[in-house]
Design a protein around this ligand. Structure first.
Ligand code: ARG
Length: 569
């Protein structure tokens, strides 16, 4: 049950007035408080405290009310009945929407030949969690890894290979596309070095840059040698991409389709743009003007063809919109990228409207902040490079392993991996995704405080109580202790949290909820003995029931965050 919603709607019905319901941090005086009497008194010209006292008998009729009282200038405190809390908490969570949407979710969206780095952490982790939440609510989602597999970076990689192996067949005029070229495959590690080297060279060497540009355009136009070479390194790049993705335990993408797939729709899209007179010549390029008279900020045009006739990133996104329209026809498309792409998506959404492909209201860009180091600048490795995702995962895994060994424990390697992943992912999820945050590799692996390991540890603890207890009888829950009721009431806030996390696209709500739940679960565990010999059977059964409810809720939250609960910790 969504307790807040239930209580709030019941009060509103009873009073015939939309009251404002608050949940005080300190529940000594009530589980909820409303200022209804104060607001009603204003319009009725009455004394708020008097009005509050008049309302009390009405509120007492509600099925969840144990006690109501007036406080301060006219607040009404509401205390819930224990049996009501118990019954509500025992119901399984259900927040299936009655209006399921088809949602295309564009996240991850890695680049071929640029290995995954820290900049891909948030789009992967937050995107995956948002997707899991959307599915949990009952929406139909289609996840897209919109790969960067067709742009300038491909031209740079090919130019680099050409420079180092000018004698290779791909670059000869008499190239035979039907021969076997598998022996030219390079290792993923080697391939990884090409793009950075080529990009660095292109900065200082204009001729090389020019060659890369030319190659990009020719690759796109179907140059047989370049395309064959591209098909040699593409699977190497995507395989290593997918290996890293797998380590992150994010759900497999429904579609690993990116720029190259989109570019197949160039003809119909160009036709559509020409019919609507949207393509404008500009310095040898063709662009779409997206500026409106009402704009105050600069709004440059979107590039469709560049001056070499190659299709840039801008254009592939327009074609991807077309592809998604004719295949999924989604109610919504959500893009998750670094906030620095904000302008790009503003332009894109305007093109969507101009072409009539999608109303801008159905398109949404979530721009996330930067992950910084302790110095407040983007997190780098010691050698000054953007930290690779594999390196980060390894670093965190080593840190967890060290903590485990230091504490004298021995855990299987899978468990260490699960804890490390929780450390990394939870830390990412708990921060407001639109802001920057500071990444401190040492603190995220701590088993205490707001960390992934703490969350898992609590879940393992609850699981272990249930395992040791085995079967247990159902118990009527009257007279809950403070720790028991606080924990149960928190589980009744789960549905509201998930719904708001989705509505606000705020995955930190789930993470921080999980933390609060763990705090209460641990307080309950410490203050309420369960399996000890001196605990009577009735109390034990009740507490086991509570343990199970808390565990189930926590396990669902953990699952939504894409974490796994280890067997032991
Ligand atoms: N590959 C791009 C990058 O790494 C992100 C693509 C985001 N999705 C999109 N449809 N543009 O910057």
């Amino acid at each position: 049950m969504n307790l807040y919603k239930y209580v709030s709607e019941s009060i509103n019905d009873k009073l015939g007035f939309p009251a404002n319901l608050e949940t005080p941090r300190n529940r000594d005086f009530g589980d909820f408080a409303t200022n209804a009497a104060m607001v009603m008194a204003k319009t009725a010209g009455k004394n708020p405290r008097e009005l509050a006292n008049e309302i009390l008998p009405k509120l007492r009729e509600l099925d969840f009310v144990a006690d109501v009282s007036v406080a301060g200038p006219g607040f009404i405190n509401i205390k819930l009945r224990d049996d009501f809390i118990w019954r509500a908490a025992a119901e399984p969570h259900n927040i299936q929407t009655d209006k399921p949407l088809v949602i295309d979710m564009d996240y991850g969206s890695y680049n071929v030949a640029k290995s995954l780095h820290i900049g891909h952490l948030r789009t992967s982790i937050v995107g995956d969690t948002l997707n899991r939440i959307a599915k949990y609510i009952g929406h139909k989602t289609i996840s897209y890894n919109h790969m960067g597999d067709w742009g300038r970076s491909m031209g740079l990689v090919i130019a680099w290979i050409k420079r180092n192996h000018p004698d290779w067949p791909f670059f000869q005029p008499n190239f035979d596309p039907d021969a076997d070229y598998s022996k030219y495959a390079m290792s993923a590690e080697e391939l990884d070095t090409y793009y950075p080297a080529a990009a660095a060279l292109a900065k200082s060497d204009d001729a090389f840059m020019e060659d890369a540009r030319q190659i990009t355009a020719e690759l796109q136009r179907g140059h047989p040698g370049y395309n064959t070479l591209y098909n040699v390194f593409l699977p190497i790049a995507t395989n290593s991409m997918m290996e890293t993705v797998k380590k992150l335990n994010i759900m497999p993408f429904d579609r690993n389709l990116g720029e190259r797939n989109a570019a197949k729709y160039i003809e119909p899209v160009e036709k559509m743009l020409r019919e609507k007179n949207l393509l404008v010549k500009s310095d040898g390029a063709e662009v779409i003007i997206v500026k409106k008279d009402t704009d105050t900020a600069p709004m440059p045009p979107m590039m469709f063809y560049n001056s070499r006739g190659a299709v840039p990133y801008d254009a592939t996104d327009i074609m991807a919109l077309y592809y998604r329209k004719i295949t999924d026809n989604p109610n919504k498309i959500i893009y998750l990228t670094d906030v620095r792409q904000k302008l790009h998506f503003e332009q894109l959404f305007r093109v969507a409207e101009l072409t009539g492909l999608f109303p801008a209201a159905d398109l949404e860009h979530i721009g996330y902040g930067t992950i910084n180091g302790a110095d407040g600048k983007p997190f780098k490795t010691r050698d000054g490079n953007a930290a690779g995702l594999n390196d980060i995962i390894e670093m965190i895994t080593n840190a967890v392993q060290k903590r485990v060994s230091d504490s004298g424990k021995k855990l299987p390697p899978e468990t260490v991996d699960e804890i490390a992943l929780a450390a990394l992912k939870f830390n990412d999820l708990m921060h407001d995704l639109r802001s920057d945050y500071v990444f401190e590799p040492e603190s995220v692996t701590s088993f205490e405080g707001r960390t992934g390991p703490y969350i898992l540890y609590t879940a393992v603890r609850l699981n272990s109580v249930l395992k040791r207890a085995g079967e247990f009888p159902a118990a009527p829950a009257t007279d809950l202790t403070t720790d028991e009721r606080n924990l149960l009431i928190e589980t009744l806030d789960f549905e509201r949290t998930v719904q708001s996390a989705f509505d606000n696209r705020a995955t930190d709500m789930i993470a921080n909820y999980a933390y609060d739940l763990c705090q209460l679960a641990n307080a309950f565990y410490h203050n309420c003995p369960i399996l000890r010999d001196d605990v009577d059977a009735r109390t034990r059964a009740r507490r086991l029931g509570i343990t199970k409810i808390a565990r189930d809720t926590l396990a669902t939250a953990i699952d939504l965050m894409g974490l796994k609960i280890p067997n032991e910790m």
